[in-house]
Design a protein around this ligand. Structure first.
Ligand SMILES: [Ca+2]
Length: 242
């Protein structure tokens, strides 16, 4: 199986053109889990301050982001480079990182044989975002949606990509498409602010730099969970925001 590595500039990940994905038409949209009565968003997650050179790892029980997910968070930074979020599976991964001040959201989903190329997604903000203001970031991967057809009836489709909102200024950037990423498999471990150098798809020597700044109110909608209790605070360096 082809192993791809994440590099600081993200470019090396995108060898080959992205094939056009298939729309999700054959499966109905899955309703959200009904067992949790407190919806994500009702309780705001904490604010973490990242000094750089460290990260938080979340290992959440009963947490499934294998084929689709929706993360939401706010972040603030003046750094040009740094990992915001990273998660991986045996062959696939998704990464959100700053490069030259812009936010990049990369989904790598190589085909098992490697010959059909990569069914991934790559979304980059239009403008640099490292201006020290709070920005809301929403990440959608294979997110089930429905729309009414003009001739009647409903059509299922999916959203993948990111939406950025300037909390104070009100500006918004939308980078979404309806490509369904078939066969993507991401495990439930989530890395925020940096990556463990020994991860499958991370190359230790060229691992991207860690995040410097603040990240707060992290949540995931599919599992209706707020990301507050981390499994690992690497070297204890991530603090609560002052
Ligand atoms: Ca895959």
């Amino acid at each position: 199986m082809r192993q791809e590595k994440i590099h600081a500039d993200g470019r090396e990940l995108l060898s080959g053109a992205l094939p056009e994905g298939k729309m999700l038409r054959d499966k109905p949209a899955k309703p959200g889990r009904k067992t949790v009565t407190v919806a994500a968003g009702a309780k705001k997650g904490p604010c973490f301050q990242f000094p750089g050179g460290t990260y938080l790892e979340f290992k959440l029980d009963d947490f499934n982001i294998t084929d689709h997910a929706h993360f939401s968070m706010l972040f603030k930074t003046v750094a040009e480079e740094g990992v915001v979020l990273y998660a991986e599976g045996p062959d696939d991964y998704e990464a959100v990182f700053l490069s030259q001040g812009k936010i990049h959201y990369l989904i790598a989903n190589p085909s098992p044989s490697g010959v059909e190329g990569t069914s991934g997604g790559y979304y980059v903000s239009d403008a640099a975002v490292n201006n020290g203001t709070w920005l809301r970031l929403d990440l959608w991967r294979n997110w089930p949606r429905q729309r009414r057809l003009r001739g009647g009836g409903m059509e299922n489709y999916t959203d993948t990509g990111m939406v950025l909102r300037d909390v104070a200024g009100g500006g918004e950037e939308r980078h979404l498409d309806n490509i369904y990423h078939r066969g993507i498999e991401i495990s439930s471990d989530i890395f925020i602010g940096g990556v463990r150098p020994t991860l499958t798809h991370v190359s230790g020597s060229t691992a991207p730099p860690s995040f410097e700044g603040m990240i707060k109110e992290m949540e995931e909608t599919r599992n209706e969970r707020v990301l507050s209790l981390y499994y690992l605070n690497k070297n204890g360096l991530v603090k609560r925001c002052p």
